[in-house]
Ligand binder design. Structure first.
Ligand code: CP
Length: 333
């Protein structure tokens, strides 16, 4: 397996299935591995978090280790990641020193660094996460970057298996209205992992909210190789027809990247219709409802759906703990 966990497509299907098996062993208690005994793992949070932060802290503790939480610009110095810049602005420390010092203390580094939603061509390359991976000699774990949230998508794949079994499913990834544009990491990673696991994936969103073209080509390639399929629709209702999984997420438009007011004006037309509600769920094949959380109730999803018996959002959140323990146990042997 690769030394870092940056995106699921760095791993093959067999390796991903093995991580889920290991996560199940942690969940059921049949594995009590403690590979982090006497070791520390740094968790670098540029952005807020509930699930990722708590599940990583608990996971490291349960594997016998010690989590070291750092918040650049808060509890640690502001960080510059660009090469060759004159650091006469607001940034105090360069990532080169940050990483090289840190890895004298810790055996792995987890990084959360959201997209700034300013410059699409730069952010689609995941520059901060890639800089960590470039400078570090210890494993880097992506805890959500500009483009990917692989720990989330692995917990999602595990949750689908637990609820619906091993066979491929009809899976809908649907855009939802949100008052402001959000990053694309979660939908990117969900679609990528769903394709790698061979599901029949339908992606629904309003015109102009397409995901990255290169990523979609990669997703289509994985789907074909794994015996699945990918289809697209602009129809907010027909997208739900016959699916077994509904995965809701809002994201920003590439057209308005760096222009949040433009995106907010554009999306206003979709405020009323692009919500997951009971009427749409009745079009599914008894579909389960999924969301990475946090979620805005009665904006992204109605109370009735998220509180209903087919909602698995809390299981998804729990599975973050187990899959991240499996990932750490694999990377830090
Ligand atoms: N799903 C997720 O990553 O949640 P947090 O942002 O709370 O970590």
């Amino acid at each position: 397996m690769p030394g870092d966990f940056l995106k699921t497509s760095d791993f093959n299907r067999k390796e991903l299935e093995s991580l889920i098996q290991s996560a199940r062993a942690f969940k059921t208690g049949s594995s009590a591995l403690r590979p982090l005994e006497g070791k520390s793992v740094a968790l670098v949070f540029f952005n807020p978090s509930l699930r990722t932060r708590a599940s990583m802290q608990v996971g490291i503790y349960e594997l016998g280790g010690n989590p070291v939480i750092l918040e650049p610009g808060g509890t640690s110095w502001t960080l510059e990641h660009r090469e060759g810049v004159v650091m006469d602005g607001g940034k105090t420390e360069h990532l080169k020193e940050f990483v090289r010092v840190l890895e004298r203390y810790v055996c792995a580094i987890g990084v959360r660094t959201f997209a700034d939603l300013q410059d699409w061509e730069t952010e689609r390359t995941d520059p901060i996460l890639r800089s960590f991976a470039k400078y570090a000699s210890v494993p880097i774990i992506n805890l959500e970057s500009a483009m990917h949230h692989p720990c989330q998508s692995m917990a999602d794949m595990m949750t689908i298996k637990e609820n619906l079994g091993e066979k491929k499913k009809k899976v809908l990834l649907t855009w939802a209205w949100h008052p402001k544009p959000l990053p694309m990491a979660v939908p990117n990673s969900f679609a990528l992992a769903a394709a790698q696991f061979g599901h029949d994936l339908r992606i629904a969103h309003p015109k102009g909210y397409e995901l990255d073209n290169d990523l979609l080509a990669e997703i289509e390639g994985h789907a074909a190789a794994a015996g699945g399929s990918v289809e697209y629709t602009y129809d907010v209702n027909a997208g739900f027809d016959g699916v077994e999984v509904v995965y809701a997420k809002s994201w920003g438009s590439k057209t308005f990247y760096g222009d949040s007011n433009g995106d907010i004006r554009e999306r206003e037309a979709y405020r009323k219709d692009w919500i997951v509600d009971e009427a749409k769920m009745t079009r599914t094949n008894n579909g389960i409802f999924m969301h990475c959380l946090p979620v805005r109730r009665n904006v992204i999803v109605s109370d009735g759906v998220i509180d209903g018996s087919n909602s698995v959002v809390i299981d998804e959140a729990e599975n973050r703990l187990h899959i991240q323990k499996a990932i750490m146990a694999e990377l830090i042997k």
